[in-house]
Design a protein around this ligand. Structure first.
Ligand code: CIR
Length: 255
């Protein structure tokens, strides 16, 4: 959770066509832009260098840059997102990864992996199978992450959750914030788990970025729980990302 850099992408005007499980109205592209700017500013305030790539109108969901790649130990692994409209995001991002990372490794697979299904600690990469990430993709990722010194654990993302990290995030080396529902699957037994407060499940898509835990606004009881155990919590509005099933972790690659 200590990072010197992040890579983000400006939300496109086409974000109004972003994928969503349930339609609660289109996001407003200009409000999205403002929330995104605040996000970038907050990451920078931790001391990190944050590069913001230009919007890519061809891909409505490209603001959710985390799904197209995984950054580990200075290397970028170019993934294969599982939604048809998002498959091309990887190739579009690759030249930038070549430029900013020490090396780029392509996930060669006929399967699929979305970065949102991957939760990393210092020594372990957990990958949740979901509607976007299948076993073939996960198995083909295994040798790559093992060659970088991590163990890979394949888990199940419960059926009605988009991504594994929609409902979990790393708070520190041994602590995970998760919804009671995801934690109940037993996948975090080697970690200390802090549950989101009832009715605040969306708070689980948080990010620990250097000294700060960024939490989506509107989850006061979860914020309180985290502050009580000593985390420095900063709340950030994600109202527009939420309309297209996105949250804080999806909007950056951290390295
Ligand atoms: C999608 O359905 O792919 C986007 N609308 C949301 C992606 C959110 N990404 C993430 O949780 N890592």
């Amino acid at each position: 959770f200590t990072f010197s850099h992040a890579l983000c992408r400006t939300p496109s005007a086409s974000v109004t066509d972003g994928l969503r499980a349930e339609d609660q109205g289109d996001p407003d592209a200009s409000v999205f832009l403002k929330e995104h700017e605040a996000y970038v500013t907050a990451l920078r305030a931790t001391g990190a260098t944050v590069e913001v790539l230009p919007a890519d109108e061809a891909f409505p969901d490209s603001v959710f840059i985390e799904d197209a790649a995984l950054c580990l130990k200075g290397q970028a692994i170019v993934l294969r997102p599982g939604a048809e409209s998002r498959l091309g995001e990887s190739a579009a991002l690759r030249p930038d990864l070549e430029r900013v990372m020490n090396g780029v490794i392509d996930l060669e697979t006929t399967g699929f992996v979305d970065g949102g299904d991957i939760l990393c600690s210092d020594d372990e990469v957990m990958i949740g199978l979901s509607a976007r990430t299948n076993r073939q993709g996960a198995e083909d990722l295994r040798p790559i992450v093992e060659s970088l010194g991590y163990t890979l654990r394949i888990l199940e993302t419960p059926a009605d959750i988009l991504h594994f990290k929609t409902e979990s995030s790393l708070l520190d080396e041994r602590t995970i914030l998760a919804t009671p529902k995801l934690a109940a699957s037993g996948c975090f037994q080697d970690y200390r788990v802090i549950h989101t407060a009832e009715g605040e499940e969306a708070a689980a898509n948080a990010i620990r970025f250097n000294d700060t835990v960024f939490l989506s606004s509107g989850h006061p009881r979860t914020a309180e729980i985290l502050r009580k155990v000593g985390y420095n919590v900063q709340e950030m509005p994600t109202t527009q990302a939420a309309l297209v099933d996105g949250g804080l972790s999806c909007m950056s690659l951290r390295f």
